[in-house]
Design a protein around this ligand. Structure first.
Ligand SMILES: Cc1cc2nc3c(=O)[nH]c(=O)nc-3n(C[C@H](O)[C@H](O)[C@H](O)COP(=O)(O)O)c2cc1C
Length: 510
């Protein structure tokens, strides 16, 4: 195995090149304009060989070798530079033994695919991060570690990939498993796939990089794929506020239709009352802690009403002009969200509250009331059990707040990053809850593990339309200091211990 030969110059492989299917090419006297569904790109191109070659690419794949051979050296270099700049707009057919086996489409923005020289004694395997899926009617191989996507256009390529679930000696793959590639052809095709980062290769007796490299070992398959897809740079899919479903599917409303059920009007705090006793932002930030034990007195209905009003109520509504922002009405709540989507909903599993019966409720953020959605004892227990397990059974909370996301409210507008955005909103809401709970002298704790499937059933939701993305527990604050920064437990102050002491005293007085 020898790495790093820049492609496309590889022995035994012939390349062809053409524009991708979704690129519209238009020529005028001095330039060529290349448009994809996401962007338009214009190149100034006077008449000459490069312009003629580019015009040929618009008609389908053309042999790259022949095209380059027809150029003077300077023109050849110019055309190659242009191809490199076109990057994601072109695709390369890879023919081995005279048959086009795969097509390569550059996926990263700043990548330079290279082929690797693979020998018969090397061991190959599909990358631990590769995935095989159907895309526009073709089986494709992709990976967040790869510089290119491989379209498996020929059965022979599909057969080879099928053989790579476990590590195989390259020499054993020639004319094996129903494949019909001779050894030099297997080596050549694998060289392209290894160079693109889709297949892993190791010398006999060594480890694959994804098993040996401590950084890669600590990436889960789905985490790295997610990371690569929710920001620009590593992929060629649309990203951002592209409104992909506009005109075809109605947008989800800013405010969810309230479920049927008996409702409870919640206490509405008076502004003067809160400002009169509020400890202030710095005290709430500096004194904020997570609690997993609670006072003898339960939470009160008044506290739950104040908490929800300060954290999650709808404050205002606004209907933008359609040319200004499609999607209809937007609202505002006390915490921020991307595009004012406010797709998160709150459900309360009440275990112990003075003034509200145990049960599972939906929080109506407009009317500021609770609506009972489930009063089954065993469902309540099941929800609280998952929350308690998340704290290693330390907490038996008065109240569990389940945050759900109405996913399509975001994905109607955002391509590629809708789910990432809802998780960001969940974090924003966690901190808002922590700060309000701290300012109110309550005992808050965010949770990291919830059961979305079970909560969808218990809350009467369709998992794919609305399911849980976060959980938060709340109770009355236990007396005394929980002492988690206790020196005796090993905590050492790094900066300004007096800030915490000041905040603690201020919160106790509030
Ligand atoms: C997103 C998030 C998830 C959390 N998940 C859990 C959890 O599952 N169980 C738990 O006991 N605490 C959880 N916590 C609380 C953290 O353990 C706590 O914030 C951290 O130890 C720092 O302590 P402090 O909040 O008292 O400053 C979570 C906090 C956040 C923000």
């Amino acid at each position: 195995m020898r790495p790093g030969t820049p492609w496309p110059e590889v022995e035994c492989v012939e390349y062809s090149v053409g524009f991708r299917d979704d690129v519209r090419v238009e020529f005028d006297a001095a330039s060529v304009s290349l448009a994809t569904p996401a962007s338009t790109f214009a190149v100034r191109l006077p008449a000459g060989g490069t312009r003629d070659a580019l015009a040929a690419l618009a008609g389908g794949l053309v042999p790259l070798g022949e095209t380059l051979d027809g150029f003077e050296p300077a023109e050849r270099e110019r055309f190659q530079r242009l191809l490199a700049r076109l990057g994601r707009l072109v695709e390369f057919g890879v023919a081995v033994g005279g048959r086009e086996l795969i097509r390569l489409q550059q996926t990263g923005q700043d990548t330079d695919p290279a082929t690797t020289v693979v020998g018969p004694d090397d061991v190959v395997r599909l990358s631990r991060f590769a995935l095989c899926r159907s895309r526009s009617g073709t089986l494709v191989l992709e990976s967040p570690l790869a510089s290119a996507r491989a379209l498996l256009v020929h059965r022979t390529a599909r057969t080879l990939v099928y053989s790579l679930a476990a590590g195989r000696r390259v020499g054993d793959l020639a004319e094996q498993d129903g494949g019909d590639l001779a050894l030099p052809e297997v080596c050549a095709l694998l060289g392209v796939l290894v160079g693109a980062g889709l297949v892993e290769c190791r010398s006999a007796g060594e480890e694959f990089e994804t098993e040996e490299n401590s950084t890669l070992r600590q990436w889960d398959f789905h985490d790295l794929l997610f990371h690569s897809r929710i920001r620009s740079g590593r992929h060629d899919a649309p990203l951002g506020g592209t409104f992909p479903h506009r005109g075809e599917i109605a947008p989800r409303p800013a405010v969810k239709a309230v479920p049927d059920g008996p409702s409870i009007e919640l206490y509405r705090p008076a502004l003067e009352e809160i400002t009169g006793r509020d400890p202030g932002l710095t005290a709430a930030l500096e004194g904020r802690r997570s609690f997993r034990s609670y006072g003898e007195q339960p939470l009160t209905a008044e506290q739950i009403g104040e908490f929800l009003y300060r954290v999650g109520r709808v404050r205002t509504r606004f209907v933008p002009a359609p040319d200004d922002e499609p999607g209809g009405e937007i609202v505002s709540r006390p915490y921020p969200t991307g595009g004012s989507s406010f797709e998160l909903e709150l459900y309360l599993t009440v275990q112990r509250c003075d003034g509200i019966d145990p049960g599972i409720y939906y929080y109506d953020p407009v009317a500021h009331r609770l609506v009972l959605v489930n009063d089954a004892h065993q469902d309540r227990r099941a929800m609280l059990e998952v929350a308690s397990v998340s704290t290693a059974r330390e907490a038996d909370p008065d109240l569990l707040i389940t945050m759900t996301s109405r996913f399509q409210r975001l994905s109607w507008k955002y391509s590629g990053m809708a789910y990432a955005t809802t998780l960001r909103h969940t974090g924003v809401l966690y901190q808002t809850m922590y700060l309000v709970a701290t300012a109110m002298g309550l005992a808050p704790c965010g949770l990291g593990i919830g059961n979305s499937d079970m909560s969808a059933r218990v809350l009467g939701l369709d998992y794919l339309q609305e399911s849980s993305v976060g959980d938060f527990i709340l109770g009355s604050r236990p007396p005394g200091d929980p002492g988690i920064w206790d020196r005796e437990q090993g905590w050492e102050w790094v900066n300004d211990p007096e800030w915490a002491a000041w905040a603690g005293a201020k919160l106790r007085r509030a």
